[in-house]
Design a protein around this ligand. Structure first.
Ligand SMILES: Nc1nc2c(c(=O)[nH]1)N[C@H]1C(S)=C(S)[C@@H](COP(=O)(O)OP(=O)(O)OC[C@H]3O[C@@H](n4cnc5c(=O)[nH]c(N)nc54)[C@H](O)[C@@H]3O)O[C@H]1N2
Ligand SMILES: Nc1nc2c(c(=O)[nH]1)N[C@H]1C(S)=C(S)[C@@H](COP(=O)(O)OP(=O)(O)OC[C@H]3O[C@@H](n4cnc5c(=O)[nH]c(N)nc54)[C@H](O)[C@@H]3O)O[C@H]1N2
Ligand SMILES: [Mo]
Length: 672
């Protein structure tokens, strides 16, 4: 998109970029109104005592306060007493710098980010099975060429409207779309087949489809033999997933299961794509592995117009997970546990290898440990409103309120900012250069279009100023392009190799796909065509078995609760809840309830209902709709106050990805 600046007025127009073809969703069109919004933070804010108010302060006072606290606390409690929490909305430059800031300036292992709540399950599964994690292994423009596409727990029509056109084109080409979702979403409404799955039963579905595919001889023996390993034990284990058993577990009829297997199995080309539905579960990794197994067995991976992919989330959901803001990761998708990787990054950072900390805790685990022995006492937050977006959030809120020092960098006073001891006003997207990597693994450049308000600083400047006060041994550049060049060097030779990508090239070529190891390399729009990124070049099957969600409905809490998004609000709502046009569309939290279910609880349309789980209660408006399963209710997570969905959610974590179970828990409802 392009910004048009006329005096004080800034508007967003669309430009014909290959990814969104000039399309923008309403949040994009209205985003310019936030640049000059009266709520914009324009001075650092400080709290003199825990119960005192926030007051304006100078940058020196705010930064000195933070640096003094960090030095004192680390002296007394060790380096790991300071934590950093990042975000997938940060540019690549900021995400990279945040990882370096934690490891070099703070020397703390405790850094993680909100992507842990987002795509961590798909990332972990992709690495296990395919050897690397890039949202889509092919360009979006390939989607219309796939005969069959299975979209699992993804509501693209509302969460990525500009991408919807590719699915529409696929339909026009005669292709079939299958959508797996407990709700008949606007996305599911466009599908040839909608599988209205019982929440939390995705593994059983994937295994059941593979069972049918094997019996109907849809599997590609040649591909399995030459390009994969481990099929035999998966084949044995899915033998028990008979359609009638799978129907009982998933609620999807045997007829539809066969229809789905037929659509996938008879297509010359097929894609299976997942999003947060199957991923945000305590078995999110197994869910994704189950669908990758299916795609591999059908021979629909590593070929043109085929593949498994994860539809990424946030603005920089892809790039944000590649360059070191994850607890166990160094730039270029390197591992913080690998001695060779550590040595290489130490040489780029010009520090001894031994000074780079080991892996820290994952996002929720770090937050949960606040206030306990060994937990962080000070937390620096860049690009997340975690008080709203973390699971079981009353507990997180209480911990944040009690911590010794909470620092939040943001352009608005978010709900997390309201709890902070120091708030730092930062620049917004249109006010700074930076790169983002999109769902296709394409690195894009966004140029600053307007000047920031006078007293506001960029996150890069904030990190550099703090690093300076902490006598950091390494340099912290503040010019995005200079940081990008450092990132290129740090990523060189890694899985997500940006070495050959420059600002000039991105501009000239409308983005460059990683890996791109040198300037003569064209970039890699399609992965895995010859080999997978594993050591032996083969994709790996993983045996996965169905198991109950961490919490299943029972007599006391008889309904499934699932959470997610609506079209007109974005994430924790810091930005979109400040836009009038969007609030008119989606003003408040609600619960989608099936009319028959509502009647059995004496709940009428538009009634206020109390939704209660073992963690808390919220009060929201009932929206009666027969698009949702009768055993399930849905609440969006964008709203604060009495409608805060995360007061309800279960923090049970996936053992591998440490993803919380946002998509499944047990709830009851009553008329308020
Ligand atoms: N309007 C809007 N767009 C957004 C965002 C936003 O906040 N607002 N956020 C962005 C971000 S960060 C992300 S991560 C993406 C998320 O994009 P999506 O993943 O598309 O969004 P969600 O609404 O979280 O979940 C998708 C669907 O999963 C379904 N689901 C629930 N439980 C299950 C289950 O057990 N199994 C299956 N198969 N499906 C289930 C839900 O009914 C829901 O329709 O959207 C991005 N785009
Ligand atoms: N119940 C439930 N909870 C969920 C989910 C769900 O489906 N259900 N989804 C999860 C997912 S997928 C995600 S991604 C998370 C998202 O949840 P959060 O991590 O809370 O993400 P945002 O709401 O985007 O918050 C970003 C904050 O950073 C600010 N910000 C944006 N860009 C920048 C920047 O460049 N610098 C600085 N300093 N600040 C910036 C914004 O103003 C905003 O206040 O929520 C998760 N929580
Ligand atoms: Mo996300």
């Amino acid at each position: 998109m392009t910004l048009v600046v006329e005096g004080e007025k800034t508007t967003v127009t669309s430009r014909d970029f290959p990814t969104n073809k000039g399309g923008l969703c309403q949040k994009g069109w209205t985003s310019a109104s936030l640049l000059h919004h009266p709520d914009r933070l324009t001075a650092p804010l400080l709290r003199d005592s825990k119960d005192g108010p926030l007051r304006a302060a100078s940058w020196d006072e705010a930064l000195d306060r933070i640096a003094t606290f960090i030095r004192k606390t680390q002296r007394e409690y060790g380096k790991g007493s300071i934590g950093v929490f990042g975000g997938g909305g940060l540019t690549n430059e900021k995400a990279y710098m945040l990882g370096k800031f934690a490891r070099v300036a703070l020397q703390t292992p405790q850094i993680d980010y909100n992507g842990r709540f987002c795509m961590a399950s798909a990332a972990a599964a992709s690495i296990k099975a395919l050897g690397l994690d890039r949202g889509l292994p092919f360009p979006l423009a390939d989607i219309p060429r796939a005969e069959t596409i299975m979209l699992v727990g993804s509501n693209v029509a509302e969460t990525m409207p500009p991408v919807m056109q590719y699915f529409q084109e696929q339909a026009k080409n005669g292709g079939s779309l299958i959508v797996v979702d407990p709700r008949l979403t606007p996305t599911a409404a466009t599908a040839k087949l909608h599988l209205q799955i019982t929440p939390g039963t995705d593994v059983a579905l994937a295994n059941g489809l593979l069972n049918i595919a094997i019996r109907k001889r849809y599997i590609d023996e040649g591909f399995i033999a030459s390009r994969t390993s481990g099929f035999d034990q998966v084949k044995r284990s899915v033998a028990t997933y008979w359609p009638d058993r799978v129907e009982r577990i998933t609620g999807i009829s045997e007829k539809q299961l066969v229809q789905c297997a037929d659509l996938l199995g008879t297509a010359a080309t097929a894609m299976i794509l997942t999003a947060r539905g199957p991923e945000q579960q305590s078995k999110g990794v197994d869910n994704v592995l189950g669908f990758i197994n299916l795609a591999l067995a059908l021979g629909k991976v590593g070929k043109r117009y085929c593949g498994y992919g994860c539809i990424t989330g946030q603005g920089n959901g892809q790039g944000g997970r590649e360059h070191g803001q994850k607890a166990d990761q160094l730039p270029g998708y390197r591992s913080i546990a690998n001695p060779e990787h550590r040595r290489y990054i130490a040489s780029v950072w010009n520090v001894p290898e031994s000074s780079i900390p080991i892996a820290g805790k994952s996002a929720y685990e770090m937050l949960k440990q606040i206030g306990t022995d060994g937990g962080v006492r000070g937390l620096l937050v860049f690009g997340s409103n975690l008080m709203m977006s973390a699971p079981k959030s009353a507990e997180i809120e209480a911990k944040l309120r009690k911590m010794d020092l909470l620092v939040v960098s943001d352009f608005f006073l978010s709900e997390t900012g309201q709890l902070a001891d120091v708030v730092l006003p930062s620049t917004q997207w249109a006010e700074e250069d930076g790169t983002m990597t999109n769902v296709e693994g394409r690195v894009l450049l966004r140029r600053a279009a307007i000047a920031p308000p006078p007293n506001v600083r960029s996150d890069l400047q904030i990190m550099a100023a703090l690093a300076d006060r902490l006598n950091s041994p390494s340099q912290f550049a503040t010019t995005p392009e200079v940081v990008f060049d450092e990132l290129r060097r740090a990523s060189a030779g890694g899985v997500a190799d940006y070495a050959g990508i420059s600002y000039q090239r991105i501009q000239r070529e409308d983005g460059v796909f990683w890996p791109c190891p040198n300037e003569d390399h064209a970039g890699t729009p399609r992965l895995f065509l010859e080999r997978f990124a594993t050591e032996d070049g083969k994709a790996r099957f993983h045996k996965v078995e169905t198991r109950a969600s961490a919490e299943e409905p029972d007599a006391e809490y008889p309904l499934y609760l699932t959470t997610g998004r609506v079209m007109a609000q974005y994430q924790s709502g810091t930005q979109t809840r400040r836009v009038e046009e969007l609030n008119e569309k989606s003003p408040a939290a609600f619960a989608e309830i099936h009319p028959i279910t509502a009647r059995s609880y004496g709940v009428g349309a538009q009634d206020e209902v109390r939704v209660t789980t073992r963690r808390g209660t919220i009060t929201v408006k009932a929206v009666l709709t027969n698009t949702i399963r009768m055993d399930t209710i849905f609440v969006p997570f964008h709203f604060a106050g009495t409608g805060r969905a995360n007061l309800l959610t279960n923090p049970a974590l996936d053992p591998t990805s440490k993803m919380p179970e946002f998509k499944v828990c047990a709830a009851r409802i009553e008329k308020a």
